[in-house]
Structures are given as structure tokens and as C-alpha cells.
Design a protein around this ligand. Structure first.
Ligand code: 9MR
Length: 373
């Protein structure tokens, strides 16, 4: 090959690499700079992003975020699939990505009903575990997982989604922790939560500890129950640094009043409030909330997602939400999107700020403008 040809091929390669990265919106401001004086900004990272199989998503995370949460890899089923088996590789990859890109790493989550294997709640004969045996199992899991990431994961969703929308503790098929550990004795009703926070603090005394739930901005009863929970944990002298409002919203919800109510009342307990799983579904009739038994990518295809009208409504809703968040910035430590771009979102449709091709959307520019004003 002649020298000239070699140079041409090399320049093409450089151009191509540049183009691939350009997809991540090279010329737009970084969200983490836009929000640097307000709150941390981040996203949930999936495994292809962390392992290099989705470099365009990784480029968005590296450029725009200063915090991240693993979308699935630290859930019980993935990190602790069998009684004596822990699977560290995916979580370690997430933490390494955060360290390399200087992202505040959030662990999600230590105690939850979903994505938790059935064996957790059963003895070897398949019978439901006793309260004491389940507490031992919970302690072992928390000490091992939070202990493994001690000093590296900076904050943990210790307990996820323990409340029903009515404000009661989950006690149905999706409430095995409460049913086995806390039900039946009013003095023990918070035992599963209280002990989880106690052991998470023991496992990593430096880590921030959070309670995380959805619809806190939609159901007053649920928000009030979260407030009561925080007060209870504080009355026991336990560490709790924040409450996560997941905020899986839609084009018509939450209302400004609902969000204001949650931010104000949660902050009044003295903890930080965080928006931990922000997305806005574009489907008009999709179920609300975040219960994957009702909502998922398949059940939520949206033929109108890409239309100009939908994108305008999405941008307007994001601006409305961010305007409220900016007004309450003194109480908010972090805003995390549940995903990076529409292509890989759990919910389908067009719920995030970056589209199917990793390009910033109208909603991205609208949010930046709202923040700059
Ligand atoms: O985004 C997650 C999706 O990939 C999983 O299939 C699903 C399983 O439960 O969990 C999703 O994330 C959930 C999060 O962990 C907790 N709040 C609700 C989120 C959306 O369902």
C-alpha cells in the first residue's frame, strides 16, 4: 500500500471512530455540568454498557453523568443466585466503570421482593423459613454484598418497595419479608426494614443508606407511610440518609402538587430526597407505577413515540418536573434516570432524554434550557 493510501485509510478510521462517538451528542453540553450546582445527575447502567458491548451508551454515561446505579446486576437473583454462590463479576464491572469515569456509585438493592430467588424464603425441604432463619439469611446477604463493596459503593438502596400504594406494608405474595418477619405483632412490623438498615451500616459504616419506592409522588398515603418509616428508623437511632422517589412518570402524571407534596414532606424528616429512577412513559394507556408484573417493554410498545406531538409533550413534562426539582434543589441530592437511552429502556416507547440512536432529544434540550434559566 502506498503511503498516501495508508494515510487515507487511517484518516477514515479516525473519522469513523469520531462518528461513532458523535452519536453520543459530542457538541451538546454535559448534563453533569449543567446541573453542577444543583444535584448529582446519572442513570441506570445495564451490563452491555458496562462491559463495552454498547460503547455509544457508555459514551453518554461518561460524558453526562456523575452518578450511576446498576439496572439489575446487584439484585439478589444476580449477585447471590444460590445459597452458597455469589456472582461478583457483573457488579465488579459496574463499580470499575464508575471508578474509571468518576461516578458516585449507588448500590441497588439489598432487600426487595422482586428478582429474589424463591429459595431465600424456604428451608431445604421447601417449607417457608421461620422469622429467625430469614433474619439470619438477610443479615448474611447484606453483610456479604455491602461488605464486598465497602468503600466503593457510596450509597445503598437498602430496602426497595416495601410499601403498597395504600401505605400499608406489603403483605401479599409480593411481601414475603414483612409476612415472615414482621406480620402479626405490631411491635415487630418494621423489623425487616430496621434490621436491614442496621446491618447495612455495620457492613459499610461510610455508605449512605436509602429507602427507595415508586408512586410516592402520586399516592399521598404511600408518601405519608414513607415519612412514618423514616421517623421510626430515626427514633431507633439508625442511619438513614435519604429517600428515593423513583418517579416512573407519564405524560399526564405526576402532578406538580403531588411531586411538591412528596419532596416537602420527605425532606421535612431531615433526610435528603433523591429522584432515583426517572423516566416518563409516552404510552397513554400503559399502567402506572413500576410493578413489572403489569408493566414491561413488551406490554408498552408505542406507535406514536417518535411523533413530533409526543416529543413535544414529553419535553414539556420533563420541563415541568425539572422546574419543580430545581425549586427544591436544597433538599435533593441526586437525580438518576432509569436507563441511558430509549433503545434499551425497560419500558419501551420514548421515556428518556436520548433516543433509539443515542441522539439527544427535544426533551434533552428543553431540560438543559430550564436548568440554565
Ligand atoms: O429495569 C429493570 C428491568 O430490566 C427488570 O426486568 C425489572 C425486574 O423487576 O426491574 C427493572 O428495574 C426496576 C427497579 O429495579 C426497581 N423499581 C422499578 C424498576 C422498573 O421495573
Amino acid at each position: 500500500m502506498s503511503m498516501q493510501k495508508t494515510i487515507t485509510v487511517a484518516s477514515l478510521a479516525i473519522l469513523w471512530t469520531g462518528a461513532a462517538q458523535g452519536l453520543a451528542g459530542q457538541n451538546v453540553p454535559a448534563l453533569k455540568d449543567v446541573f453542577k450546582d444543583t444535584f448529582l445527575i446519572g442513570g441506570a447502567l445495564n451490563r452491555p454498557l458496562v462491559t463495552g458491548k454498547d460503547p455509544n451508551a457508555a459514551a453518554i454515561a461518561a460524558k453526562h453523568f456523575n452518578t450511576a446505579t446498576p439496572e439489575n446486576d446487584l439484585k439478589w437473583q444476580l449477585v447471590h443466585p444460590q445459597p452458597n454462590q455469589y456472582n461478583w463479576e457483573p457488579g465488579d464491572g459496574f463499580v470499575a466503570f464508575c471508578e474509571k469515569n468518576k461516578l458516585f456509585a449507588v448500590g441497588h438493592c439489598l432487600v426487595w421482593h422482586a428478582q429474589t430467588p424463591r429459595w431465600v424464603f424456604q428451608d431445604e425441604a421447601g417449607n417457608t423459613l421461620t422469622r429467625d432463619a430469614l433474619l439470619v439469611r438477610m443479615k448474611d446477604h447484606i453483610m456479604t454484598v455491602a461488605g464486598h463493596y465497602r468503600g466503593r459503593i457510596k450509597g445503598w438502596d437498602v430496602v426497595n418497595e416495601a410499601l403498597n400504594d395504600s401505605g400499608a406494608l406489603r403483605d401479599d405474595a409480593r411481601g414475603p419479608w414483612f409476612r415472615i418477619i414482621g406480620q402479626g405483632d405490631p411491635n415487630k412490623k418494621y423489623d425487616h426494614i430496621e434490621n436491614a438498615f442496621r446491618w447495612a451500616h455495620e457492613a459499610d459504616p461510610e455508605a449512605e443508606l436509602y429507602y427507595n419506592d415508586y408512586n410516592l409522588e402520586v399516592s399521598k398515603a404511600k408518601c405519608d407511610a414513607a415519612v412514618a418509616l423514616v421517623k421510626y428508623l430515626k427514633s431507633k437511632g439508625l442511619r438513614i440518609d435519604g429517600v428515593g422517589i423513583q418517579l416512573h412518570g407519564g405524560l399526564t402524571y405526576p402532578s406538580v402538587q403531588g411531586l411538591e407534596y412528596a419532596l416537602t414532606n420527605l425532606a421535612a424528616t431531615g433526610v435528603k430526597v433523591m429522584i432515583t429512577e426517572l423516566d416518563i412513559r409516552t404510552q397513554n394507556r400503559a399502567p402506572r407505577g413500576a410493578d413489572v408484573s403489569q408493566v414491561n417493554r413488551q406490554s408498552t410498545s408505542d406507535a406514536n413515540a417518535a411523533t413530533a406531538e409526543t416529543q413535544k409533550r414529553l419535553a414539556d413534562k420533563y420541563v415541568e418536573i425539572f422546574s419543580v426539582l430545581l425549586q427544591h434543589k436544597k433538599d435533593i441530592s441526586r437525580v438518576t434516570f432509569w436507563g441511558v437511552c430509549d433503545k434499551t429502556s425497560w419500558i419501551g416507547g420514548s421515556p428518556l432524554l436520548f433516543d433509539q440512536n443515542y441522539e439527544p432529544k427535544e426533551a434533552f434540550f428543553a431540560v438543559v434550557k430550564a436548568a440554565q434559566q
